[in-house]
Design a protein around this ligand. Structure first.
Ligand code: ADP
Ligand code: ASP
Ligand code: MG
Length: 406
């Protein structure tokens, strides 16, 4: 008998009919004598719908109340799945994040799991129950409900798999696994059968929605093998694990893109020690995550500094940046919320020269202008205009021969 931690995403539990089919899948595993912890996301677009409803109230919403609201989505699907299982004589109990002992910090909207007290889960498992857990939520040190950032149910599942030393951790979604690019954009994207934690972490951090980056961090830290599979079929999925020998022939493993990006530029920033530190400390104090940063060449003792942030934080950042401009004596700022990031990821990149040139060439041939570039050992990212993002993803997929087999 083994312990399975599974997670079903929003589409997989998008209707009562789909919940029924998930319930049958769970009952089949249970009938084979295995124990199951099942993490669920909110049904379909529930989280987006709740957010939209709240934004109708006003622009500045108390973050605590927003989390209180968003957490209800996962509570619905957890209870509905438990009831559906009971209906087919499979004993199940649903738990909220706090009942499941998911202790987080108090950063509403992007809380981090700090500790897991799995005693209640273990007690329910010992009684033969399938334990259904509302994903994406935790409880802060002040006993307030928090949410773990978009896609956070993935992290709930992987963190639980680590803590419970589960034999299997399976993330069920609406795709067969991880692909060489978003299959919604690239028709002939290929499924990848095996991925290293490092590559998956880059792909996820750079926008491949299929796993939340923090879930991959947990998997890497605690050596959890994570399988991504399709909840609507039995096709083999993608295994994300420790890959000792990177496949050298695979220079680029995948293309990721992210449209949750905004770019801000500060003009005529005084060229003095400590100025960058002031700018980015103020942003950090307001919990605004900065991604790429570039500083232009100095002229007349002044530089321009441009950086990107998450577009969802833009309204907050704009006010903060206006204050920064005054504080450091810059001449002004400009911004764009119509940019996006396209990235190539691959472990083989570090030993192959000319990859960056090939990327820029592929974009140039499509007449796509590059606004910013950033590189690491296993990825290269470019900021481009949002309306060209799909063309860019498709062009890079062809340029790196990703449709042509592993
Ligand atoms: P869930 O609700 O199951 O968590 P998500 O919508 O969060 O599902 O993630 C699955 C989606 O991720 C897919 O439908 C797909 O469009 C998108 N996606 C983006 N990049 C990739 C990729 N490289 N491989 C697979 N799916 C991807
Ligand atoms: N329901 C949440 C979201 O839409 C969490 C998740 O799906 O993992 O982001
Ligand atoms: Mg998701």
């Amino acid at each position: 008998m083994s312990l399975w931690v599974t997670k079903f995403g929003g589409t997989s539990v998008g209707s009562l009919e789909k919940i029924r089919s998930v319930a049958h899948r769970i009952a089949a595993v249970k009938d084979q004598g295995h124990s199951l912890v099942v993490v669920v996301s909110a049904m379909g677009d529930t989280t987006d719908d709740l957010l939209e409803m709240a934004w109708n109230i006003g622009n500045e919403l108390p973050e605590r109340e927003l989390d209180m609201l968003l957490a209800t989505g996962e509570q619905q699907s957890a209870a509905l799945l438990a009831m559906t299982l009971a209906n087919i004589n499979c004993p199940a109990v649903s738990l909220t994040g706090w009942q499941a002992g998911i202790e987080s910090d108090s950063q509403y909207g992007k809380a981090r799991i700090m500790n897991l007290d799995t005693s209640r889960i273990k007690k329910e498992l010992a009684q033969g129950e399938v334990v259904i857990i509302a994903g994406f939520q935790g409880i802060s040190p002040d006993a307030d409900i928090t949410t773990l950032g978009r896609g956070g149910s993935d992290t709930t599942a992987v963190a639980l798999a680590a803590s419970l030393a589960a034999d299997h951790c399976i993330i069920f979604s609406d795709v067969d696994g991880v692909y060489t690019a978003d299959p919604r954009i690239v028709e002939n994207a290929r499924q990848i059968s095996l991925l290293s934690y490092e590559e998956m972490l880059e792909l996820a951090s750079l926008g491949a929605l299929v796993l939340q980056p923090r879930a991959v961090e947990f998997a890497m830290l605690y050596h959890v093998d994570v399988e991504v599979r399709n909840s609507f079929n039995n096709n083999p999925g993608t295994l994300i694990t420790e890959v000792a020998e990177m496949e050298e022939h695979r220079v680029v493993s995948g293309i990721a893109h992210d449209t949750n990006v905004a770019r801000i530029a500060l003009f005529d920033v005084p060229d003095q020690p400590g100025v960058a530190s002031i700018i980015f400390k103020i942003l950090a104090d307001h919990r605004i995550n900065v991604d790429m940063v570039i500083q232009s060449a100095m002229r007349d003792d002044r530089n321009d500094i441009a950086f990107t942030i998450e577009r969802s934080e833009f309204n907050k950042a704009r006010q903060v940046v206006n204050e920064i401009v005054i504080k450091i004596g810059a001449s002004g700022m400009s911004y764009s919320t119509e940019v996006a990031k396209v990235s190539i990821v691959g472990a083989g990149m570090q030993s192959n020269r000319g990859v960056a040139a090939a990327m820029f060439d592929a974009l140039a041939r499509q007449d796509i202008n590059i606004h910013m570039i950033s590189t690491s050992e296993i990825k290269i990212s470019c900021i481009i205009d949002e309306d060209r993002i799909e063309d860019a993803v498709r062009a890079l997929h062809v340029a790196f021969h990703l449709d042509q087999g592993e």
